[in-house]
Write a protein that binds this ligand. Structure first.
Ligand code: NAD
Length: 427
């Protein structure tokens, strides 16, 4: 029986299945992860003691290609969470037509409590434990919450040591010096920005008229906040795990990025430095940020931020899910009744995995692309899928989430059926 989070994710599948011509075999197949691995990772700490961490890797479905998905280091990582994230990756890769299935991995810990040496030993130990479960043609990890190019570099190096040959295509999101793609570190935010621009053009909205709040100022959230700022949107609130800041006049995002880089948190340091003199602001909690009266709300932190408990208080007109699964299935229903247009994670944040795909292609071909080629491929591909999802939503008068799932499910079910299902043979 799938656990709670995965059950929530599967509800999206059932909704979409009502509209897509999908076989019963395919629906049943997609309700369950193909393979789930739970490992213990012993790590020698700097003080000489031994700590054992729990790690996971889930390959959800590989019908359309090797599985693909990030690795998360976070205290709340559980098998249920990793399975749900792997489910979303399956649909995301299909929604944007990548030749990949879905996977995810994670280690339950607070990485901020480890030294850099401990973190490296943990990252290498994780690869020791899952090496036979991953591979360039089998399953290709990437960064996710609290993991970064440095960690991906250690992991690729460890995998190469185990296999006795350099294997850059086993992991994406690596440092550029180790075979990473130009543009990968900003790809999720950049892709989300392209989707947002495509959708806002449909509503005839121009940037200067729009206010925006961004929850989560990490890799994905800070990049889209910056791009919106540069395009002329008024970004009035941003937050991180410690809290947020708000200014009705709009925040100067490049300055906040600079402060965050040097001081690591936003709220604690923002007021002590000169940026306070540039723009007045108020401090606010993450809960307050979500219910601000803004045009666009961008959850870019973790899943389950907008639930049945707080969905009633959301005032934004448009929600762009940069995080994976920030809105629960119950909250979806409430938001839809309120007339809020929600653009789903499997489209909005797909820029990251798209450029990961470009990185994998570059690693395998040995020919590396210029940044403008990465951006032009990302822009044309994600915009094309966004346009199609918009049209599906209009055609059936359904939410963009259901439309995105229909789009993904059509591709997935074709691939599943072409391998042979009861319906396939009947017809
Ligand atoms: P990150 O670790 O770089 O940033 C996460 C940010 O969220 C940090 O600023 C952190 O302080 C903040 N945060 C954590 N808990 C919070 C809370 N309770 N309230 C508010 N803020 C909180 O991670 P990221 O890579 O930017 O990922 C963010 C989200 O985007 C995740 O859901 C991830 O799965 C999704 N995503 C990331 C990528 C990628 O390429 N990085 C791709 C697709 C999806």
């Amino acid at each position: 029986m799938p656990a709670a989070l995965l059950t929530d994710a599967s509800r999206r599948l059932e909704q979409a299945a009502q509209y897509a011509p999908i076989s019963a075999d395919a629906t049943e197949r997609l309700k369950f992860p193909k393979a789930s691995l739970k490992v213990a990772i012993p790590v020698r700490m700097d003080d000489g003691s031994l700590r054992v961490f729990e790690g996971y890797r889930v390959r959800y479905d590989d019908t359309r290609g090797p599985t693909k998905g990030g690795i998360r280091f976070h205290p709340q990582v559980t098998l249920d969470e990793v399975q749900s994230l792997a489910f979303w990756m399956t649909f995301k890769c299909a929604a944007v037509n990548l030749p990949f299935g879905g996977a995810k991995g994670g280690i339950a810990l607070n990485p901020k409590t480890l030294s850099k040496f401990e973190l490296e030993r943990l990252s290498r130990g994780y690869i020791d434990a899952i090496a036979s479960f991953i591979g360039p043609d089998l399953d290709i990890p990437a960064p996710d919450v609290y993991t970064n190019p440095m960690i991906m570099g250690w992991m690729m190096d460890q995998y190469s040591i185990i296999k006795g040959k350099r294997s850059p295509a086993v992991i994406t999101g690596k440092p550029v010096s180790m075979g990473g793609s130009l543009g990968r570190s900003t790809a999720t935010g950049t892709g989300a920005f392209y989707v947002l621009q495509t959708m806002m053009a449909k509503y005839g909205q121009s940037p200067e008229q729009m206010t925006v709040a961004v929850q989560g100022f990490g890799n994905a959230g800070s990049v889209i906040a910056r791009q919106l700022f540069e395009a002329g949107y008024k970004v009035v609130a941003v937050s991180d795990s410690k809290g947020g800041i708000y200014s009705s006049k709009g925040l100067h995002i490049p300055d906040i990025q600079q402060f965050k880089r040097t001081h690591h948190t936003m709220q604690a340091v923002y007021c002590k430095d000169s940026v306070c003199n540039i723009v007045e602001h108020d401090n606010l909690t993450n809960e307050e940020l979500l219910s601000l009266d803004v045009d666009i709300l961008i959850p870019a932190a973790l899943e389950n931020q907008i639930t049945a408990e707080n969905a009633h208080s959301i005032q934004a007109k448009y929600i762009f899910e940069v995080a994976n699964g920030p809105v629960t299935a119950d909250a979806d229903i409430i938001l839809e009744k309120k007339g809020i247009s929600l653009f789903p994670d499997i489209l909005v944040n797909a820029g990251g995995v798209m450029v990961s795909h470009f990185e994998w292609v570059q690693n395998r071909s040995g020919l590396y692309w210029q940044l403008d080629e990465v951006h032009s491929q990302l822009s044309s591909r994600i915009t094309r899928e966004a346009e199609t999802i918009w049209q599906i939503a209009q055609k059936h008068s359904i939410s963009f989430r259901t439309a995105a799932y229909i789009h993904a499910l059509s591709r997935l079910s074709t691939a599943l059926d072409d391998r042979g299902t009861r319906d396939y043979y009947k017809s």
